[in-house]
Design a protein around this ligand. Structure first.
Ligand code: HXC
Length: 259
């Protein structure tokens, strides 16, 4: 049994693994310990056949206020390169199961970036998204210049990265950064409900679908279409595909075997 110091891990309902960032004294600033624990917990849920969807959340006050500035204070370009600082964030991109960010309060800097590394974002009305790194004399280093630009477009991403323009929850919804906004009392439950929906489906189809959608960010259109077609064909080798189509024809609910 893995023990964690900076996150809380639970299964609030069947099929959904919840990871709660828990460094309240530092507003969940993302030091190397908390990111290591987050990615380790995600990998454990990814390997756990009883889990179909992962949720990453913080507290109602703060999702995460960014990379830990105090930890970065005495680093240099050389120590960063030698230590491969932040390269372990790519562990999250190898998680096969869908990850939902449930965001309330500040999602700034690395906090915004780790939310954008999730597959869907559910926000509370108090959520605030921003890339304030420019105020520190640095730039977003974990996808803020790339994922944000793809999500909200160049003009707004430039404004956010160059001037620390922040997005309210409603603006983030308007610009397509988040899926939905709910009152603070219910946003986490709504994220869990969405996670339950995902977990109730064929895990093998869910995994290949997430994989194909993510390829849209990496490949040309024709390469992406070819990749999608291969995943599509692959699903015709699964028992769940036979079950899903048979259940439709027989007018009953499918019983997924996840294989
Ligand atoms: C370390 C942090 C922190 C951070 C807050 N704290 N953010 N510590 N790193 N990113 C600490 C504060 O120092 C303080 O500790 C405690 O948390 C409470 O913060 P306050 O500032 O007192 O709270 P408040 O006045 O409510 O202001 C909240 C805030 C502000 C607006 C979120 O804390 C803030 O601006 N934080 C920094 C946001 C930021 O610049 N993020 C980008 C980081 S760079 P003490 O000990 O004083 O009580 C980054 C790069 C990513 O993310 C690159 C990845 C490769």
């Amino acid at each position: 049994m893995t023990t964690y110091e900076t996150i809380l891990v639970e299964t609030p309902v069947d099929g959904v693994g919840l990871i709660r960032m828990n460094r309240p004294q530092a507003l969940n600033a993302l030091n190397s310990q908390i990111t290591h624990e987050i990615f380790t917990a995600m990998e454990m849920f990814d390997r756990d056949p009883s889990i179909g969807c992962i949720i990453l959340t913080g507290s109602d006050r703060v999702f995460a206020a960014g990379a830990d500035i105090k930890q970065m204070l005495d680093t240099t370009a050389i120590t960063m390169m030698a230590g491969g600082d932040f390269t372990d964030w790519s562990r999250m991109t190898r998680i096969g199961k869908p990850i939902i960010a449930a965001v309330s309060g500040f999602a700034l800097g690395g906090g915004c970036e780790i939310a954008m590394m999730c597959d869907m974002i559910i926000a509370s009305e108090t959520a605030q998204f921003g890339q304030p790194e420019i105020n520190l004399g640095i730039l977003p280093g974990a996808g803020g210049t790339q994922r944000l630009t793809r999500a909200v477009g160049k003009a707004l991403a430039m404004e956010m990265c160059l001037t620390d323009r922040r997005l309210s929850a409603d603006e983030a919804k308007h610009y397509g950064l988040v899926n939905a906004v709910y009152p603070i009392e219910v946003y986490l439950n709504e994220a869990i409900k969405l996670g339950q929906k995902v977990a109730s489906l064929s895990q093998v189809a869910i995994r290949l679908t997430k994989d194909a959608v993510n390829k849209a960010f990496e490949l040309s259109l024709q390469e992406g279409l070819n990749y999608e077609k291969r995943n599509f064909y692959l699903l015709f080798g699964t028992e769940d595909r036979t079950e899903g189509m048979s259940a439709f024809v027989e007018k009953r609910k499918p019983v997924w075997k996840h294989k």
